[in-house]
Design a protein around this ligand. Structure first.
Ligand code: ZN
Length: 551
């Protein structure tokens, strides 16, 4: 198992197809749909005009549409005006076909590019890192073997869907690589999942693990609320994702209205909805729901170590499962509170004309409930323990946001709580502190305590920068000073990280000590990733280790 997999992070890979669409593209799309795999298509404008229905299908099925110029020119030999025409004209054709107003990632034909061309694209330039040379060697087995043997986590693979042999070879490669644990994503998703935002005029050819990784886009959940005596539909999605919906049965990725607030609905309406960070290549599957069967979501809470449901639906009961399966009227029906346990809880209200969306929540024997801390994740027990000890709080009702980056304010607050929990003196003298830490904020006491005790030094200009995310090397420096304050002895050992050279000078000794005593471990590939942002799940793990270390 690789370190990335050990961290609960999937290996991601992006298949890309250039020069189409063509006569074999539909067969490729069938194969991708069978395998539930998404890819990116760098289309030529002239082919998109000819294969407009295929282009609509590519987009409808959740792949990313990107562009490759109008007729496959060498861009560096063209005038500024002609380069712009190739890009702008193709963008207009694609927008006309899709009925959208997108800009599209560009792949310069032949990879032929220079700084002048880059500055004219008004889009990120996407190259590749694996090239099976499928245009030259028209043999499906060869194409498969080259993709499989050169694949790695974060690779972007160059293929051409205008060759029948490539369609076969790519589909075979997908089967092999999926069995090796790879998840196929669009280029857009590859970067989004790893916290990278491609910039217009910059070139990209891969996206290796960055130390942070978010999940795939979840489909929105549908619930109902009684607002001023009227039943209204409420849609919920992952933080930061937009929701698009239609009520006439049409496809929301094409015709959707952006959801802003709960809405009332006509009788017998059918809702279709998807969640998206970007409709083009970064969206969830589309859900369909007949709204006249919509009930009010039951809720669950913990009282005296037992799970208690609240149900406002008349003529409907709460049905639940604890084995991860979808609840039905054959599942257990809730009657009395029952004990918490480590595992998953799925529940909904079912009855005559009522069926609410199934909710999935993770329950812990310690009495915590989480929407977003799966019991299969590597951090489940760490987060559970840290929250149960009171040294790390959630961010909302049953939300922990494990993949969200940790800010400096959050980090010193957790240290402050931990030291307090250990019964140590955390009184504050109240001397002038950082210039950007006003009185009365949730982190004010923690920041002042950290400053007065030399745990946090702040920046040269006297600021603390509470909202800034904390990097792994900064975390080491702060922990090192905390342990010194607590008189816990740590010894450095020579570091063997492959990226030791990229650790800032001021952090080198701290990283050596913190990694030697096992507080902050490397990230796999024998890398420390000093500049990567620490996630909340990682921080909970580190805090638990300190909690044990300081006894
Ligand atoms: Zn090409």
């Amino acid at each position: 198992m690789t370190a990335a997999a050990a961290n609960g992070q999937k290996k991601l890979i992006a298949l890309t197809f250039d020069d189409g669409p063509g006569p074999y593209t539909n067969r490729l799309l069938d194969g991708l749909a069978e395998r539930n795999v998404h890819a990116t298509f760098f289309e030529l404008g002239m082919r998109a005009e000819e294969y407009d229905q295929t282009t609509r299908r590519i987009y409808a099925e959740g792949h990313q549409v990107a562009q490759h110029g109008y007729d496959h020119p060498t861009l560096t030999t063209q005038s500024d005006e002609k380069v712009r025409w190739q890009i702008d004209h193709t963008r207009d054709i694609l927008n006309e076909i899709l009925g959208q107003d997108f800009t599209y990632y560009v792949r310069p034909p032949y990879g032929d590019c220079n700084s002048r061309v880059l500055s004219l694209l008004n889009a990120p330039a996407i190259f590749w890192s694996v090239d099976p040379v499928d245009w030259r060697d028209r043999n499906a087995d060869t194409v498969r073997d080259r993709i499989v043997s050169n694949a790695y986590d974060g690779a972007i693979i160059l293929c051409h869907d205008i060759y029948s042999t490539t369609v076969d070879g790519a589909l075979m490669a997908i089967d092999t690589l999926k069995a090796e644990g790879y998840e196929f994503v669009t280029v857009n998703e590859l970067f989004r999942r790893r916290g990278v935002t491609p910039q217009d005029g910059d070139r990209y050819s891969s996206c290796k693990p960055t130390g942070t990784q978010t999940e795939a886009v979840s489909a929105p959940t549908v619930s109902a609320e009684l607002i001023d005596g009227r039943m209204k539909v409420k849609l919920t999605a992952d933080p930061g994702a937009a929701i698009y919906y239609t009520l006439d049965g049409s496809e929301p990725a094409f015709y959707g209205t952006r959801y802003t607030e709960p809405f009332s609905y006509p009788a017998e309406a059918t809702l279709k909805a998807c969640a998206a960070y970007d409709l083009n290549g970064s969206r969830s599957e589309t859900i369909t729901k007949k709204l006249d069967t919509l009930g009010i979501d039951p809720t669950v809470c913990v009282q005296d170590g037992k799970l208690v449901f609240t149900n406002q639906n008349e003529n409907a009961g709460v049905y639940y499962t604890t084995d991860g399966t979808e609840p039905t009227t054959n599942s257990r029906c809730y009657t009395v509170p029952f004990a918490c346990y480590d595992g998953v809880l799925r529940f909904c209200a079912l009855g005559e004309n009522v069926s609410t969306a199934t909710q999935t929540i993770y329950v812990t024997a310690k009495g915590n409930l989480f929407w977003d801390v799966p019991n299969t994740s590597w951090y489940f027990h760490n987060v559970d323990t840290a929250v149960a000890l009171g040294i790390f709080n959630g961010t909302g009702t049953y939300r922990f946001e494990p993949d969200t980056g940790l800010t400096r304010a959050m980090f010193v607050t957790t240290l402050y709580r931990l030291v307090k929990e250990k019964g140590m003196d955390v009184s504050i003298k109240g001397a002038a502190s950082f210039s950007d830490v006003p009185a009365g904020q949730w982190y004010t006491d923690a920041a002042m305590w950290a400053s007065e005790n030399g745990v946090v030094l702040g920046y040269e200009d006297g600021t603390f920068r509470p909202e800034r995310s904390i990097s792994r090397e900064e975390m080491c420096a702060i922990l090192d000073r905390l342990l010194m304050l607590l008189e816990v002895k740590t010894e450095g050992a020579p570091m063997s990280f492959a990226d030791a050279g990229s650790i800032s000078d001021w952090a080198k000794d701290s990283v050596a000590r913190m990694s030697a005593c096992g507080l902050i471990k490397g990230q796999g590939n024998n890398c420390f990733a000093p500049k990567a942002t620490s996630t909340r799940a990682e921080a909970a793990t580190v805090l638990l280790r300190i909690y044990d270390l300081i006894g």
